[in-house]
Write a protein that binds this ligand. Structure first.
Ligand SMILES: [Zn+2]
Length: 288
């Protein structure tokens, strides 16, 4: 991050940050679409191997970088100008140039959200390492939230690296002390692990996925343990409110499982940015 640019030309500085946010957002919208497909193919291959079944015909190469961006409907490759973050979607008015199929709103939503996240991170923490890493974590949380919403999975490929990164970042005490981060990461995992097994013992049902434990541990690594009750409280409240609304309005059956990950992601983000002010405010009002 360029300090001198921000000191002399704040407008240029924020435009630069917005451009980085839009490019990262464009990458995220691709990741949200492709990563679950890559993982499912991998699991299928692993299962066939374990069951000693013949491998299916080698499917066409499909990874993060290949094939190039294309329309999911007609598979026509995108032109470079259609691929510009934010503007590409607006330029095409949300439709494929070839088959006129609507481009899912999710793409522009993720790009816009990530652009705003970059600006908010730098405005809140400053144009330094804390601001840049806060944005990096926010980007990971956006990807996790959208993947969990669509596919009900929280890929280890994102949760685990960011869990370890949180511990490293807090070696320098950027967001919490190292001690608090270690206790937070381990404590968060063990707490949900315990809740999961007690719940299963009593009800015979599985209330959440193992991905939720790892995501909560990631939160502990970045935030330190004292903010974890706030994260759990906020995630549970918003999750219950959202689920309740869906059931009352009849848009979802009571038995349909609802992903908890998006609410955890939002709560971790809120705690990173506003956790301490919120806690102080609460304690002050509680003690009169
Ligand atoms: Zn098309």
């Amino acid at each position: 991050m360029n300090f001198t640019l921000f000191a002399s030309e704040p407008v240029a500085g924020y435009l630069f940050v917005a451009a980085i946010g839009a490019v990262v957002g464009s990458f995220l919208s691709m990741l949200v679409y492709r990563l679950p497909i890559i993982l499912k193919r991998q699991w299928e291959r692993d299962c066939r191997e374990a069951l000693a079944l013949p491998a299916t015909e080698a499917a066409e190469t499909f990874n993060i970088a290949w094939p190039a961006s294309h329309c999911p409907q007609c598979r026509a490759p995108l032109k470079i100008r259609d691929n510009i973050p934010l503007f590409g979607y607006l330029l095409l008015r949300g439709r494929c140039r070839h088959c006129q199929a609507p481009i899912p709103r999710q793409y522009i939503l993720i790009e816009a959200l990530t652009t705003v996240a970059a600006l908010v991170s730098i405005a809140h923490f400053g144009p330094d390492l804390r601001g840049a890493l806060a944005f990096l974590l926010t980007a990971a949380l956006i990807a996790l939230a959208f993947i969990d919403m669509r596919e009900q999975i929280l890929p280890d490929a994102i949760t685990l690296p960011f869990l370890w990164l949180g511990l490293l970042v807090n070696r320098a005490g950027l967001y919490a002390s190292l001690d608090s981060a270690v206790v937070g990461a381990a404590g968060a995992y063990l707490f949900l692990w315990l809740v999961f097994h007690v719940f299963r013992l009593i009800t015979g049902k599985e209330g959440m996925g193992h991905g939720d434990f790892k995501l909560f541990a990631l939160g502990g690594a970045w935030l330190g343990w004292p903010l974890l009750p706030l994260v759990l409280l906020f995630a549970s409240l918003t999750g219950a409110l959202y689920g309740g609304t869906l059931i009352i309005t009849g848009r979802q059956a009571r038995t349909t499982p609802m992903p908890f990950g998006p609410f955890l992601c939002a709560a971790i983000w809120l705690a990173l940015f506003y956790g301490w002010p919120l806690t102080t405010f609460y304690l002050r009002s509680a003690h009169g």
